[in-house]
Design a protein around this ligand. Structure first.
Ligand SMILES: Nc1ncnc2c1ncn2[C@@H]1O[C@H](COP(=O)(O)OP(=O)(O)OP(=O)(O)O)[C@@H](O)[C@H]1O
Length: 336
C-alpha cells in the first residue's frame, strides 16, 4: 500500500534523509521511530505530497507522490505535528470543508463527516468552535480531518505529543481501531507508543533506516533477547571500559537508578550497569570473571530480557557496533 524506495532529501547541502526504503502492507500500522532530527517529519511530508524528494520515489496505493500528487492526496490522510485547523470554524463545518477540498462528492460529504465525528468521539463537540477546544479534542479533530475522506492510507506525525496520559490512551485506541481497514504510518520518538500500537517498526537514525521488523523480532535479532543488570563497587566508566571488551557483549550502559523502573536502590560508591548480549551469545560467566579480575566488588548480577528501548539505544547510539548481517536481513524482509 505504501512503497518507499531510495528516498533522499537534501536541504541546501544538509542531507535530511538518505536512501530511505520501506514498505507498509495493507492494514498494517508501521511505527516510524527515531530520535529528534532523524528525518521522520521530512519523510512523512514527502509521502503526504507536501515536500518534493531530492531522489528516489514513493507510491501510495500505486500512485507516485510526485507524479500523481492529486490522486495521492485523495488516498492519504495526513496529520502533521501541528494539526492544520481553522480555529474560527466549528468542528462539523471544518470537516465539511475538508471533504470538499479532498474531492468527496457533495452527496457523500455529510455521511463521511458524521462517520469521522463518531469514530473520533467528537459528537458532543460537533458544533463547538475549534478555538474553544482543549488540546486533546483539537488533536481528535486533527485525526478526524485526516480520515474524513476515508483514505486507505493514513500518516500521523507524533500524534500524542502534548496530550495528557488519558488523552494519549484515547488517541492510541483510536489509531488501533483504524488498523485493518486502513494502512497507517505513525511517526514517534516515544518507544511505548510503538510497542503498544504498531505491528512493525522502522527505526531511522540520522536520515538512514537502520532496521525494519516487528518489535519482537528486532529484540531477538539484535540482542538475542537478553542481557544482564549488574551492581558493583567502583566507577561506572571504568567498568564500562572493561565490559565493552568482553566477547559477546553488545552494549553497556548505566542504569538511571532514580528511574521508576529501576530494580536497584542506589548506594554510595556503587555503579549500576546494564549489559546487552550479542545475538546467540551468553557472556555471563566472562562478564563476572572480567569484573572480578579488574577488582570490582560484584554485589549483584541478574539476567534480564532486552526491551525495545535497548534495541533503539543500540541502533541509534552505537552505530559502529551494528551487525551488518542484521541490517541486511532487515532490508531483505522489506523487499519480500
Ligand atoms: N526546512 C529545513 N531546512 C533545513 N534543514 C532542515 C529543514 N527541515 C528539517 N531540517 C533538518 O533535517 C533533519 C531532519 O529533520 P526532521 O524534522 O525531518 O526530523 P524529525 O525526525 O522529524 O525530528 P523531530 O522529531 O525533532 O521533529 C534535521 O537535521 C533538521 O535540522
Amino acid at each position: 500500500m505504501i512503497e518507499v524506495e531510495h528516498l533522499s532529501k537534501t536541504y541546501g547541502s544538509t542531507p535530511a534523509i538518505t536512501d530511505v526504503t520501506f514498505n507498509v502492507e495493507p492494514g498494517e500500522i508501521l511505527g516510524f521511530l527515531g530520535p529528534n532530527g532523524a528525518g521522520k517529519t521530512t519523510t512523512m511530508r514527502i509521502l503526504a505530497g507536501y515536500l518534493p524528494a531530492t531522489n528516489g520515489s514513493a507510491k501510495i496505493a500505486g500512485f507516485d507522490v510526485h507524479e500523481n500528487s492529486l490522486a495521492v492526496r485523495q488516498r492519504i490522510g495526513y496529520l502533521p505535528e501541528t494539526p492544520p485547523l481553522y480555529p474560527e470554524m466549528t468542528v462539523e463545518g471544518f470537516l465539511h470543508f475538508v471533504t470538499r477540498i479532498k474531492g468527496v462528492s457533495a452527496g457523500d460529504r455529510s455521511a463521511k463527516v458524521q462517520a469521522a465525528i463518531a469514530r473520533c468521539n467528537l459528537q458532543e463537540k460537533r458544533r463547538v468552535i475549534i478555538r474553544k477546544l482543549s488540546k486533546g479534542y483539537r488533536q481528535r479533530v486533527g485525526i478526524a480531518q485526516a480520515i474524513v475522506h476515508d483514505p486507505p492510507a493514513i500518516i500521523l506525525d507524533e500524534p500524542t505529543v502534548g496530550l495528557d496520559p488519558r488523552q494519549i490512551i484515547e488517541v492510541r485506541n483510536l489509531i488501533k481501531s483504524l488498523a485493518g481497514t486502513h494502512t497507517i504510518i505513525l511517526s514517534t520518538h516515544i518507544l511505548p507508543e510503538v510497542s503498544m500500537t504498531c505491528n512493525r517498526v522502522a527505526i531511522i537514525n540520522r536520515g538512514n533506516i537502520v532496521a525494519t521488523n516487528t518489535p519482537e523480532s528486532l529484540m531477538t535479532q539484535l540482542t538475542g533477547g537478553s542481557g544482564y543488570e549488574i551492581e558493583i563497587a567502583g566507577s561506572a566508566n571504568l567498568a564500562k571500559q572493561v565490559l565493552q571488551n568482553v566477547a559477546g557483549v553488545s552494549l553497556v550502559e548505566s542504569i538511571p537508578t532514580a528511574g521508576a523502573h529501576s530494580h536497584f536502590t542506589p548506594q554510595d560508591n556503587r555503579a549500576y550497569l546494564r549489559v546487552i548480549s550479542q545475538p546467540g551469545r551468553e557472556p555471563g560467566q566472562d562478564i563476572a570473571a572480567a569484573l572480578v579480575r579488574a577488582e570490582f566488588g560484584l554485589y549483584e548480577m541478574r539476567r534480564v530480557s532486552a526491551t525495545l528501548e535497548d534495541v533503539f539505544l543500540q541502533l541509534t547510539r552505537e552505530e559502529k557496533q551494528f551487525d551488518p548481517e542484521v541490517d541486511s536481513t532487515a532490508n531483505e524482509g522489506e523487499a519480500a
